[in-house]
Design a protein around this ligand. Sequence first.
Ligand SMILES: Cc1cc2nc3c(=O)[nH]c(=O)nc-3n(C[C@H](O)[C@H](O)[C@H](O)COP(=O)(O)OP(=O)(O)OC[C@H]3O[C@@H](n4cnc5c(N)ncnc54)[C@H](O)[C@@H]3O)c2cc1C
Length: 600
Amino acid sequence: MANYTNMDLLRFLLFEVHPVQSLFQYERYAHLDAEQAWMIIESAKLLADQEMFPYLKAMDESPAQYDGNGAVITHPQIKRIIRLAADQSWIGGAAKFEHGGMQLPEMIFNAGQHIFQAANNSVQGYLGLSTGSADLITSFGSAEQIATYVPKIYQGEWQGTMALTEPQAGSSLSDIVTSAKSVNEEYYLVKGQKIFISGGQHQAADNFIHLTLARIEGAPAGVKGISLFIIPKFRPEPDGSFVYNDVYCAGDFQKMGQKGYSTTHLSFGDNDNCRGYLVGEPHQGLKYMFQMMNGARISVGQCAASVAMAAYQASLQYCKERPQGRVPSEKDPLKSPTLIINHADVQRMLLTQKAITEGSLSLAMECNRLYDLVHATQGEEKANALLLLEILTPIVKTYASEQGSRSAALAIQTLGGYGFTTDFPVQQLYRDLKIMSLYEGTTGIQSLDLLGRKATMQNGKALSLLLTQIQETIALSNQDPDLKSYGIQLNKDINTFGKTLQHLLGYLQNSNPDRYLADATVFMEMAGLIVIGWQWLKMAVKAKALQQTQNPNKLMQDFYTGKIHTMEFYFKYEMPHIEACAQTLMNEKTLTNVKDFDCF
Ligand SMILES: Cc1cc2nc3c(=O)[nH]c(=O)nc-3n(C[C@H](O)[C@H](O)[C@H](O)COP(=O)(O)OP(=O)(O)OC[C@H]3O[C@@H](n4cnc5c(N)ncnc54)[C@H](O)[C@@H]3O)c2cc1C
């Protein structure tokens, strides 16, 4: 079987770079040890090897499709996988014991999800949505709502979804118009259209629990008037029966990628009989939904890293088997062609992919660890972990998805013409990956969030915490003569980043928010380059230390050398773009904020 991820890398990230075992000191995770944790992750690999990866291509070739009559037909394997994954706690495993979970740290749970994402990203989408919606109900729902919906979702019988987007309200959720009319204390009558709803009413689940944003009649305009509702497709009645709840699947969207994952158009209340059950307080819906969205943003970033990883693994394998041409110093045309991995340019393409995918995965693990600290700690430690997570969330989502697409394009390029054919998976992975920079907030929206909110929140405290973390890694690198110069370079880049931000803040101080945010995406690019540079330095420091202290065998020596080599590659080939971003951001000329668009 082809490799789609690297278990040595996963082990290195989990136990060495972002030591998960340090979480076991907290009460919430005290029931675990490292050996158990690894066994759980290996069980995910087995499941993915046997049930997910073999169906990657088939799901691309037989997309989820509307049946013309209110349902979407998915590949038959989807139903089997959802049930198998549920049985092995891969939907509710991170939930608390009291909610039927295994109380796993997100680090372990999401290491398993990474394997699924790399093996078959369509399949993992269904699981992730159910996890996110059940978690949302446990966080903000009533005891009755938790008891009614959560166990069935965790058991894989019911599918959870998030229903936010409407035809006129995509990026701008403040414009949603789906309405909710109060009927009695028990329920509201909901009416409206939701589009692009992933995992919507397909035949692989018995019921659908749509976590839906709607506006209660008379609510204030904008985001302050949005409430969150549980809207089941079949609503449970007090006598134990189920009644169709007037949620109709009116069609689906056929897509360029993630074809196994259903994307639906849902119509609520065509017959004025769609009951929505309010979650928490009225008008707090967007705030609650942000819990699911933030989790989903990290998950999308991780998914992008994972899909790009699968493409990298496929291209690496190909390069070790494909002979073509000779290296420039070989002048004898009668000599057998060399393997393409021996060509410098092919190595450049492979190293770029490795730098992007492993760097992104490391950042996703950093976020998962922060998420766990938020749940396991108290006081200042918790508050700081939350702030760090807040600032890293748009970065992991955006870097991994934008650079992941570039990485998967390089995977195709590495294979030459064969990369463009359906004989190899890289073209599918490239298509699958593209959605990651679009849903859960586009790159443009994430960038506005980073520069417009996160960079300045609490007087820049989140950013300053992040820079302190980076400085700690730089301090460690200073102790090693081979790594010191990279720490110095990263420090210089941080200074450039700080000066650039100060320059942009000048626009804000001059009451020009439009100009301040006009190049937010370039600012995001710069932030992403720095944060991934930090991750690579972190990995290199650890790899160097382990080489010196653990007396590793040849295989692991090479593994650690590979980490240091890739860090050096990243600093030589990727980090110089930081300076270019700074130049663009400091350039006073305004070209993208013109009022007259005749120039297009
Ligand atoms: C396959 C798929 C699955 C999806 N799954 C779900 C789901 O499960 N649930 C759900 O609720 N939604 C889902 N969505 C919807 C998705 O979240 C939206 O498509 C996305 O948020 C963008 O909204 P839009 O498509 O309306 O684009 P628009 O909002 O119209 O954006 C178009 C372009 O304009 C830019 N833009 C918009 N506003 C601004 C601004 N203020 N400043 C700068 N640039 C801006 C955007 O960055 C983008 O490049 C899914 C979409 C797809 C395609």
